[in-house]
Design a protein around this ligand. Structure first.
Ligand code: CP3
Length: 341
């Protein structure tokens, strides 16, 4: 396992070609995903270890990616803390009991007992199925991003209520973020103990924050979480949309890999990070809607730029959209796997 391309690159070694996996690789762009999704709700899929394992394995079997990612969601921590979570097609995630007052914050649990045990059970089933072939990535949401769903009660365009809490009631925001950080560190340690080979922290909506607010309300909790991980030889990947701005600060939290969005030149930003921090990214996912020669050209352009650069994992700058043609995703992965530096 240590010799896998993914782990080699995550620990800043040079690999014969970049390893590839894609955020949201087990999802709605796959007809096989819908065969399962039509029978169960999304949360049932996450909470039934055999089904979570079936879905995790879809891109392993059908796409031949270099790392699997656990099938789950970043919002399960919020649910385990007491959030009344549901997912509705066309609406997305919803917390029916949003967290907006001091009493709401006080009511959230930090000791979730065996509330997330189903994830550890799924990891064990997945590892049996993978049987040492490729690494398994576990993950959790970063406190700020999970907070935004808890406060807004669901997805948001402008994060108005969340930012109002940061700006008018910073002490309440810190209590909430601190509670989420405690649960998240325990949760990632549970995943590590259950057998994941890497973990990724998703701070998807950090791009909504100013530099000072990112530093005070997001970054410091990621520092706390990473410092608490019982990591052994498990690399930590830090992801946010906004990483083209925040990457130097993200690197200070001491992840092994920073995942970069598509607004920057990847080599340029890597050169600005400390030695020993690898990068992951950074193809615009919209390229996968384009014609195959365009897909190939854009991947090759990125690889030429990163030629012989140790510590590079190929990925998209954000997740695969549900209506991207499956065939294009498969083709992109073939292009990566045929490439040699
Ligand atoms: O990457 C993978 O394949 C692993 C599984 C995974 C899912 N969600 C499955 C999922 C991962 C890593 C996530 C993370 C996640 N969830 C993030 C961070 C990554 C990102 O995209 O920025 C966020 C912000 C969420 C919250 C979330 N979950 C939203 C906003 C939605 C609705 C999305 C939409 O476009 O409707 C979900 C649901 C969700 N999570 C689905 C999947 C496959 C779709 C569920 C369905 O089939 O209806």
């Amino acid at each position: 396992m240590k010799d896998s391309l993914f782990l080699q690159a995550a620990f800043s070694n040079l690999t014969e070609r970049p390893p590839v996996w894609m955020m949201r690789q087990a999802g709605r762009f796959m007809p096989e995903y819908w065969e399962i999704k039509n029978k169960y709700s999304f949360l049932e899929m996450c909470k039934t270890p055999e089904i979570a394992a079936d879905v995790t394995m879809l891109p392993v079997d059908l796409l031949g990616i270099d790392a699997a990612i656990l099938f789950s969601d970043i919002l399960v921590t919020g649910e385990a803390m007491g959030g009344d979570l549901s997912f509705t097609a066309g609406v997305g995630p919803k917390f029916a009991n949003p967290v907006r007052t001091q009493a709401d914050i006080d009511n959230l649990k930090t000791d979730v007992g065996d509330g997330l045990q189903y994830v550890a059970d799924a990891i064990k089933v997945i590892q049996q199925r993978l049987n040492g072939s490729i690494p398994l990535i576990g993950f959790a949401g970063a406190p700020f991003t999970v907070m935004s769903y808890l406060v807004e009660g669901g997805s948001s365009k402008d994060f108005k209520l969340t930012k109002l809490m940061l700006h008018n009631h910073p002490e309440m925001a810190h209590q909430l973020l601190s509670k989420i950080a405690t649960v998240t560190a325990d949760y990632l340690n549970l995943q590590i103990e259950a057998g994941v080979n890497a973990v990724q922290i998703f701070d998807s909506w950090a791009l909504a924050l100013s530099w000072d607010d990112y530093s005070e309300f997001s970054h410091r909790y990621i520092v706390e979480i990473i410092s608490k991980l019982k990591r052994k030889d498990i690399p930590v990947i830090s992801f946010c949309k906004g990483s083209s701005v925040f990457a130097p600060l993200m690197a200070q939290a001491k992840p092994d890999v920073v995942s970069i969005d598509w607004n920057v030149d990847l080599l340029d930003i890597k050169k600005r990070l400390p030695q020993g921090v690898a990068v992951q990214g950074n193809l615009d996912p919209h390229i996968l809607y384009a014609d195959k020669p365009v897909i190939k050209d854009r991947i090759h352009r990125l690889f030429e730029r990163m030629r012989n650069e140790p510590g590079f994992i190929f990925n998209l700058g954000h997740g695969i959209m549900p209506d991207i043609p499956f065939d294009n995703v498969k083709y992109a992965i073939e292009v990566v796997k045929e490439f040699r530096y």
